[in-house]
Design a protein around this ligand. Structure first.
Ligand code: ZN
Length: 680
């Protein structure tokens, strides 16, 4: 492993600033730590609340991630209080947390890491703890002690596995006292501890610890067949995509509401298709804190034929749930109830890996973690039989009261969390406002539009407001069967399925019937009628394969109830849309698929439908000037209110969400009140 240390970057830094710098270097190396794993510290002199100069440990707080860690993420803990605990033999987690809360320099700041005492008990000025893949590869096999001694001699001391907490810190202190010459410690089935008199020394000691392990792994793997070679051939890339698109919604239906990610990268494919994957994947995690994201084990699907996957996946998930429930009831203390027995990682031979999370980001973290697990499984197996934490130890970390407590502090999930919505015509006007509104309530949104750049721009706006992965912009011509299929495939590959369809894309054409061209009539029907049919059909198929209902909202128009002069193509094609929506309600009802209609009137703002030509034509049809048009529409409604995209989006949110769970086949007007257009 190469040192990333740069004198140019580090020269001006000192103290905690320098530790932040080194911590980010550690975090940037994902084979050292992933997603919140690992921690770093320094011992400094600071003034306490009484103005006395005292020794203080600045240690990474729990909940922050090393690669983006900041100064504020390092609470200060008074060393005098830490060292007072050296006399103790044991201490419970809760007692330790409460004790440390009294030893903090800053009131109300971040909570110090659960591994705080491990840092504090070490006499060195700077300490770095990682979960390095290369090191756990040496320790997670049945020859660990022999392998470690072979690589490091006596300069690096191994410690038997212990759950993070007081006792492991005690072990660290005792080992250092007994081995004052030790240069580093290896925590079996967990990671590394290295230190130095300066931050740089601790950083370089960590890198130097990893390098011989990497070399030993490379040497050991030479000429060896990884994972026993292939058991089933990997499908070709195009086929994998097709099968993944067919399988993902079924899997999502089995797993319950979650966001799925699909990964068929080379390393993943090699592992899942291998002879040993079935047995190897069922042994346990590489390092304890992975269980919090990925659970102890993945769901391995013993499939031979990727074309007949669905029943095999279903029985594999069923078995996982039974096994997981037994694991839970076998280890849970009284009073703890099982809330989620579903797998987070599903391995499919020949195809790839699905990972599940509450959002796209979490599904991505799980994917990342399992990719590291695959690397460790392969490397550790080169030395001997892969071993991991016992089920008991894994359970104790997965259901650690301190972690569960942390979860209770997280904000409650939003109304549309874990749901996926697709909005057609999403690049502007009502579609754009709706995409943003649904995203604000927690939905992941696929923004479809003929204007691909516009769709991507709206998706980017959602991502910057709501977070990475929360939206996807795709080109979508609703009048083209192929384009609609592609957009739905993109949605499935990105998120695993769909829960909400907002069928909104539409065009307007104005002409008197006797002057209308056939092509204009047909174009109106292609978009305003056939377009809704194509997206509704694709959504219904997807909803049915998930088997968890669904919500469709059709954006129609007040013209359905009250058609306008010189507007036959628009009014007639939108009436077809409304009839379609009602039939979807009739057909979808028995399987929980709802279908409702919103009838807006004249939404001008940000609208592509109201082109200059349509404005001129509608003004002429009403016998008014173009500049009077918006005012005319406003004044004709009972509330004399202009209708904004956000007003329509609000009605769509109601119909798309469980707020309207008992409503289907309904038309909601958003027109300021038009007597002619009252639904009846
Ligand atoms: Zn750790």
């Amino acid at each position: 492993m190469k040192s990333r240390w740069s004198d140019a970057d580090a020269r001006a830094l000192a103290g905690l600033d320098l530790l932040v710098y080194a911590s980010r270097l550690i975090g940037a190396e994902t084979s050292l730590v992933v997603w919140g794993g690992g921690n770093t510290s320094i011992k400094v002199a600071e003034r306490d609340h009484r103005g006395r100069q005292i020794p203080v440990l600045r240690v990474k707080g729990s909940g922050s991630d090393l690669k983006s860690v900041q100064k504020k993420d390092f609470p200060g803990v008074r060393m005098e209080d830490i060292l007072a605990l050296l006399d103790r033999e044991d201490m419970g987690d809760e007692e330790m947390v409460a004790y440390l809360a009294h030893a903090l320099q800053d009131v109300g700041g971040a909570r110090p890491s659960i591994e705080t005492l491990l840092h504090g008990f070490l006499p060195a000025e700077a300490v770095i703890h990682t979960h390095a893949d290369a090191i756990v590869s040496l320790t997670n096999n049945d020859r660990a002690r022999e392998v470690i001694a072979g690589v490091y001699g006596r300069s690096v001391r191994p410690l038997a596995y212990r759950r993070p907490g007081f006792r492991i810190s005690r072990d660290v202190a005792d080992t250092i006292r007994a081995n004052p010459d030790a240069k580093a410690l290896i925590l079996e089935k967990h990671g590394t501890i290295a230190w130095g008199r300066t931050v740089r020394e601790a950083y370089e000691a960590t890198i130097e610890l990893i390098t011989p392990a990497e070399e030993a792994i490379a040497e050991r793997k030479k000429g060896r067949k990884v994972f026993g070679g292939a058991r089933v051939p990997a499908l070709p890339a195009g086929e994998r995509r097709r099968v993944a698109v067919a399988v993902a919604p079924r899997l999502r239906g089995l797993l319950g509401r979650s966001i799925l990610a699909f990964d068929d990268g080379d390393e993943v494919l090699e592992f899942v298709s291998s002879a040993e994957a079935g047995a190897l994947s069922q042994i346990g995690p590489a390092t304890p804190d992975h269980t919090i994201y990925s659970k102890r084990l993945p769901c391995y699907v013993p499939a031979d034929d990727p074309e007949r996957l669905v029943p095999v996946i279903a029985s594999a998930v069923e078995r996982f749930v039974a096994d997981y429930t037994a694991y839970f009831t076998g280890h849970a203390p009284p009073g703890l109830t099982l809330t989620d027995p579903m797998p987070r990682v599903v391995l499919v031979p020949g195809l790839g890996m699905f990972t599940a999370g509450k959002d796209k980001r979490t599904a991505g973290i799980v994917d990342d973690i399992y990719r590291h697990t695959i690397a460790v499984l392969g490397n550790a197996s080169a030395f001997g039989r892969y071993v991991s934490l016992s089920a008991r130890d894994a359970f104790d970390v997965e259901y650690w009261p301190l972690e569960l407590y942390k979860l209770t502090l997280a904000p409650p999930e939003k109304e549309l969390a874990r749901r996926v919505a697709l909005v057609t015509g999403g690049a502007s006007g009502i579609g754009r406002a709706t995409a943003a509104r649904l995203a604000r309530e927690g939905a992941h949104v696929v923004v479809g539009d003929l204007d691909a750049a516009g769709a991507r721009k709206v998706a980017d706006e959602i991502v910057s407001a709501s977070g990475a992965g929360r939206a996807l912009g795709v080109r979508m011509d609703v009048a083209s069967e192929g384009s609609v299929e592609q957009a739905f495939e993109a949605a499935v590959l990105a998120y695993g399925g769909l829960d909400i369809l907002v069928s909104n894309a539409g065009i307007a054409h104005g002409a008197a019937v006797n002057r209308m061209e056939l092509a204009d009539w047909e174009r109106s029907f292609a978009v305003n009628a056939t377009g809704h049919f194509l997206v509704a059909r694709a959504a219904l198929r997807l909803f049915k394969s998930q088997g968890r209902g669904g919500a469709t909202v059709f954006v129609a128009t007040k013209n359905v109830m009250s058609p306008g002069k010189d507007f036959a193509a628009y009014s007639a094609s939108k009436a077809a849309e409304a009839q379609l929506a009602k039939v979807v309600a009739i057909e979808g009802g028995p399987v929980g698929i709802r279908s409702n209609i919103v009838n807006p009137d004249a939404v001008f703002q940000d609208s592509k439908l109201w082109s200059e030509e349509i404005r001129r034509e509608r003004a002429a049809a009403q016998g008014i000037g173009v500049d009077q048009l918006e005012d005319y529409y406003r004044k004709r409604n009972l509330l004399e209110a202009p209708i904004l995209p956000e007003d329509v989006a609000e009605a769509i949110l109601f119909l798309a969400s469980d707020r309207s769970s008992k409503t289907t086949g309904c038309t909601v007007t958003v027109d300021g009140g038009l007597r002619d257009a009252f639904p009846r």
